[in-house]
Ligand binder design. Structure first.
Ligand code: TRP
Ligand code: SF4
Length: 400
């Protein structure tokens, strides 16, 4: 009933680094060609931990959008927007908060973890506990069925699925639901109605998931069906109420293998990053200062790539020939470390060249970015408003 749709969000953390590029953005760039995509700046999410110092958020959000654009996220393909500019997220969050069991929130694995990890902050707040619920609202309000996230966010998507089910069950059972659903089946025409009933029975009696998929495909094909009837038939199929909110699926983004300057995972908190648009001089200096195999004190000492963080960057940026040159040269002291680092520097520069070029366009003309965001906000708002209309109606709050 609802089109395929991808949604993902990112907290505005300031300038992004190559870890974000290899871990997340490259995937977004790929997805934007495969599905309609919505990507947003989760600025309210930043507030859940940064409520004491919100001043920098807006600037970080703009910078981050420039990084997305630089990485190749294309506003002609994907919708880019800012969470707080679509206040419907807050309305859905509020309505769902009424029916969200406290225990579900307390059991989300990141909750206790984060409180312990960020022990210098007081996170015993209402907003911080409700953070997964806000994320659920972000997803459900667009009826997004695919949510690309890293492993740490999977429990949040699972939580979202449970909430959608609870919501549909609670508010999708309008008076006379069964009768209305039977009426809607008839409207499919006798042939399709028979097939629908058959698939429904197969699912309900035998849990046949292929039958559900086929029934979904069938309903998607049917043209002359009202929105409400469609929702009913989707819900009736699986035995719940109307399907008002769509259960999303996580698209697991494989953990990025992007090593930082010290060989640990690249992360701002380790201070080992190269930013997406790092200028050439600073990039060169950072790589030149990278630690190498500690056994190579003098140029004539032999080394072992496996003990060297530079070698890990060669895995990302060099081809087989170059890597063979490194292994041979390092183990025989045939090359020096600065020499060895040069191809890495060049590889990163080459990767960044198109990013720098695209970013320059937006830096030269900030109204471009403003317009892209304004445009995205508006498109997102339209979709969010549609869902909210159905949600209010289902809850009997539409005052029409
Ligand atoms: N919670 C995510 C993070 O911290 C960001 C986020 C907020 C998000 N809302 C979302 C991601 C909705 C995917 C979908 O990384
Ligand atoms: Fe590392 Fe290259 Fe030096 Fe070997 S030659 S220690 S791989 S930087």
């Amino acid at each position: 009933m609802y089109a395929e749709r991808v949604l993902s969000g990112m907290r505005p953390t300031g300038s992004l680094h190559l870890g974000h590029y290899h871990g997340v953005l490259k995937n977004w760039v790929k997805l934007q060609h495969e599905y309609p995509c919505l990507f947003f700046v989760a600025d309210w999410h930043a507030l859940t931990t940064q409520y004491d110092d919100p001043r920098g958020i807006e600037r970080a959000a703009r910078e981050m959008v420039i990084d997305w654009l630089a990485a190749g996220v294309d506003p002609a393909q994907a919708t880019l927007f800012i969470q707080s500019q679509v206040p419907e997220h807050a309305e859905l969050h509020l309505l769902m908060s009424m029916m969200t069991p406290l225990g579900w929130l307390e059991r989300v694995p990141t909750y206790k973890d984060q409180i312990e990890k960020l022990s210098t902050k007081d996170l015993m707040t209402y907003g911080f506990l409700g953070y997964p619920l806000l994320m659920s609202a972000d997803i459900l309000i667009y009826r997004a069925d695919k949510v690309p996230v890293g492993e740490d966010q999977i429990p949040h998507v699972e939580f979202t699925r449970e909430l959608a089910r609870r919501f549909n069950h609670m508010y999708g059972r309008e008076p006379g639901f069964e009768e209305k659903a039977r009426e809607a089946v008839k409207k499919l025409g006798s042939k399709k109605a028979r097939l629908y009933d058959e698939l429904r029975t197969r699912f309900q009696e035998r849990g046949d998931s292929e039958a559900v998929e086929r029934a979904h495909a069938l309903l998607e094909e049917v043209q002359n069906l009202s929105h409400a009837d469609r929702e009913r038939l989707f819900g009736y199929l699986e035995g719940g109420g109307k399907m008002i909110l769509v259960e999303p699926e996580a698209l697991l983004t494989k953990a990025s293998r992007m090593p930082g300057l010290d060989g640990q995972k690249m992360s701002k908190s380790y201070g080992n990053t190269i930013t997406l648009r790092e200028d050439e001089a600073s990039l060169t200096q950072k790589v030149r200062r990278m630690p190498t195999d500690p056994a190579r004190v003098r140029r004539t000492d032999v080394g072992e790539p496996a003990r060297c963080p530079v070698w890990q960057l060669h895995q990302v940026y060099s081809d087989d020939t170059c890597r063979a040159w490194v292994e041979q040269g390092c183990r025989s002291a045939g090359i020096g470390c600065l020499e060895c680092k040069q191809p890495v520097i060049e590889g990163i520069l080459k990767e960044q060249a198109p990013m720098r070029e695209r970013a320059q366009l937006y830096l030269d003309d900030p109204t471009l970015v403003r317009n892209i965001i304004a445009d995205g906000n508006e498109r997102a708002r339209k979709l969010a408003q549609e869902t909210m209309r159905d949600v209010r109606e289902a809850m009997g709050l539409d005052y029409s």
